[in-house]
Design a protein around this ligand. Sequence first.
Ligand code: PEP
Ligand code: MN
Length: 263
Amino acid sequence: LANRMSHPDDTVIEVDGRKIGGNTLAIMAGPCSVESEEQIIEVATKVKESGAKFLRGGAFKPRSSPYSFQGMGVDGLKLLKIASVETGLPVVTEVMSIEQIDYVMEYGDIIQVGARNMQNYELLKELGKVDKPVLLKRGLSATIEELILSAEYIMAGGNSDVILCERGIRTFETYTRNTLDLSAVAVLKRITHLPVIVDPSHACGKRWMVDPLARAAVAVGADGLIIEVHNNPEKALCDGEQSLRPEEFDTLVGALKGLVNIQ
Ligand code: PEP
Ligand code: MN
């Protein structure tokens, strides 16, 4: 179903009048995790001013350590909704289990499946039944084919609005958190018709590297970017080292405007 042979035209997904796919770059930005009402409203307001079209924020967090902050849960989703109403930005937020689907459907606009759940097939099957777009992140060690097959699980269930996301993969390299596989973007654009976005933040794990990788993603043909932004990265409860400050995000978006249409 994702194959371009059977569907030559690019799929363009529209959420609240905002396009993902086609001749525009969809910019999604926000903190790794929702931490408080002040935090999410401040970040949402700033990223909107800079030109972001969607607000990202995790309420259910898949942390490597059980002792790390696990997210605010439903309370976090409610804060995302408040920030969304305040700014008009639709919300991208992660679902980790079938039991959480009703909650993210109530408060979110695009449902994110994180890298760690890319092969949670029962979850993918359930997301095939929902009527909101699914942002499917590539697994930490998943091949391109495995990513496409995971998209097929969702599409086969009846939900054709799948956004593929390259977020870096595990390699022998340890300088970066992951290795951004830009060739995956070129391959996915060639063999599927689905929108393909890039997450430079989780790919590199380092704030200074988000800007060059975002530009590279645009150059290789990405349909969108999902970028972590925090108003106080030093105090962030999750992924502060890779989060841009609002001013840095603003500079990046300014540079991207010179390369591509972000409307
Ligand atoms: C995230 O987007 O905050 C996240 C946990 O990403 P990934 O699933 O790609 O690690
Ligand atoms: Mn994160």
